[in-house]
Design a protein around this ligand. Structure first.
Ligand code: AMP
Length: 218
């Protein structure tokens, strides 16, 4: 198999485990698009959706699944894609299968809630591009400014302690079913790999572990 034609990756870790950061690195390495569902949703001008995002609730499957399908069917995804933040429940996982959207690698990045909260409170994003920074662990070259455009970075409204705790609860309710689903998919030969990754390591080491896992199948 030529993996470079089949980089179809999903990340299913909790919020703040580094899915977005690792997706960005994979995108650069394999030159396939990163599809961040949260980012796509934040760009929609819709008050109901913004309110749900800001309060840490999931957006309805019908909306999210449609957005993902439309994005994946674009031509630039022909050679693969990195899906960040989807699926977030079993329905969404099954949606990919039912729609024949093949996935090869599933990474579940794991991290203690204590570290997650610390990371999310220090997270800064560049709204337009979705580039992600952390004030301590992954700081921009110039404090509070995006490395590429020099534009101001901001904190996400849902990155405050109470909302983070709620988002983690929402995640906890769904993740067991998703993990079981993908373990079963590996057994059935429908995906190549389900792997749990220790997200407490530095960004470059987590990246290296992901690349090694993918290379194993080349
Ligand atoms: P993220 O940027 O991945 O942390 O997602 C931010 C927010 O977008 C989530 O808390 C949800 O409100 C919404 N969202 C992102 N992905 C999904 C999804 N797959 N299903 C439902 N809602 C989602």
């Amino acid at each position: 198999m030529n993996i470079y034609k089949n980089i179809r990756v999903i990340f299913i870790g909790a919020p703040g485990t580094g899915k977005g950061t690792q997706s960005e690195l994979l995108t650069k390495k394999y030159r396939v698009p990163k599809i961040s569902v949260g980012e796509l949703l934040r760009k929609l001008v819709n008050n109901n959706i913004s309110n749900d995002i800001n309060s840490g609730e999931l957006i309805s499957d019908s909306i999210v699944c449609n957005i993902v399908k439309i994005r994946i069917y674009k031509r630039d995804c022909n050679n693969g894609f990195i899906l960040d933040g989807f699926p977030r429940n079993i329905n969404q996982a099954q949606y990919l299968t039912i729609n024949n959207i093949k996935i090869n690698f599933v990474f579940n990045i794991k991290l203690s809630y204590k570290i997650i909260i610390k990371r999310l409170l220090g997270r800064r994003i560049h709204n337009l591009s979705g580039r992600i920074y952390h004030i301590k662990y992954n700081p921009p070259l110039v404090s509070d400014l995006d490395n590429i455009t020099g534009e101001k970075l901001s904190s996400r409204k849902d990155d405050n302690v109470d909302i983070i705790k709620h988002r983690l609860k929402v995640h906890e309710k769904q993740i067991g079913d998703i993990v079981n689903y993908y373990k079963q998919e590996v057994k059935l030969g429908n995906i190549l790999l389900y792997r749990e990754i220790d997200g407490s390591k530095p960004i470059n080491l987590v990246h290296a572990e992901i690349i090694n896992s993918i290379n194993h199948f080349s």
